[in-house]
Design a protein around this ligand. Structure first.
Ligand SMILES: [Mg+2]
Ligand SMILES: [Zn+2]
Length: 239
């Protein structure tokens, strides 16, 4: 545990950052799919099928699908009020803060949606890097990609590996569950994986710790953060 004044804790001696996925990791549901099911013209599923066949990339897919939304801001809020998060995330945020480790929500989902949901849990102070959703008419919305990268192997809307590289002095701890995390998994220093990210890590021989709920991460993460500030690599359990 650090016993120094927080002003003295510089980036130099705190080499970690936590990059945490949102949909399926913090949120129990995929919020984009949930909104499309609730409010988009049914042809959003045809676009999804085009993407699954490899005919369009995920950016084009998402942008077209968001263009099919027919929902007012109030209706959107009402829908989002029913989306729950893994409540263990609240303590994870506290653990990161106690160690003076930046925790950034990095998502290939919708920034407005993430901020709205996190606000219900008083967590909207967290930095959020995601695709930008904006309202362009009373019931119409558009999606932009301020964090895309042409070099991204996944061609995601938000290139998570690019986010990690922007802060190269820090070791990145990835917490995630799926496809949008694949590009970062190869570059992250530590990976906490659930669902399809586990298979991806196994296939690509990426060292990882599996989890289902955040509470399972507290112990290994605390051990990692206390491990002589990164000079002494901790044992990470690969399951
Ligand atoms: Mg996810
Ligand atoms: Zn990428």
């Amino acid at each position: 545990m650090l016993l120094v004044n927080s002003h003295y804790v510089s980036d130099y001696i705190i080499p970690y950052q936590i990059l945490c996925d949102f949909d399926g990791t913090i949120s129990l549901k995929d919020t984009t799919d949930y909104l499309l099911q609730a409010f988009a013209h049914p042809s959003w599923e045809d676009i999804e099928a085009q993407w699954a066949r490899g005919e369009i990339n995920s950016k084009v897919c998402m942008q077209k699908q968001i263009g099919l939304l027919d929902v007012s801001r109030d209706e959107l809020h009402h829908c989002l009020d029913h989306i729950e998060i893994d409540l263990g995330f609240i303590e994870l945020v506290q653990i990161a803060a106690a160690h003076h480790i930046p925790l950034i929500v990095v998502s290939d989902g919708l920034d407005y949606v993430i901020r709205y949901i996190l606000k219900r849990y008083q967590l909207d102070h967290l930095p959020i890097i995601a695709n930008h959703l904006s309202q362009v008419g009373e019931r119409t919305w558009q999606l932009e990609f301020p964090n895309a990268s042409s070099r991204c192997v996944s061609q995601s809307g938000t290139c998570k590996c690019n986010v990690a590289q922007q802060n190269q002095g820090k070791q990145s701890i990835l917490i995630g569950d799926g496809r949008s995390d694949f590009c970062l998994a190869a570059h992250a220093d530590y990976v906490f994986a659930k669902k399809s990210l586990i298979e991806h890590c196994k296939t690509h021989h990426i060292r990882h710790t599996t989890f289902n709920r955040f509470e399972e991460i507290y112990h290994p993460l605390t051990k990692l953060l206390n491990s002589d500030l990164g000079q002494d690599n901790p044992m990470m359990v690969t399951i």
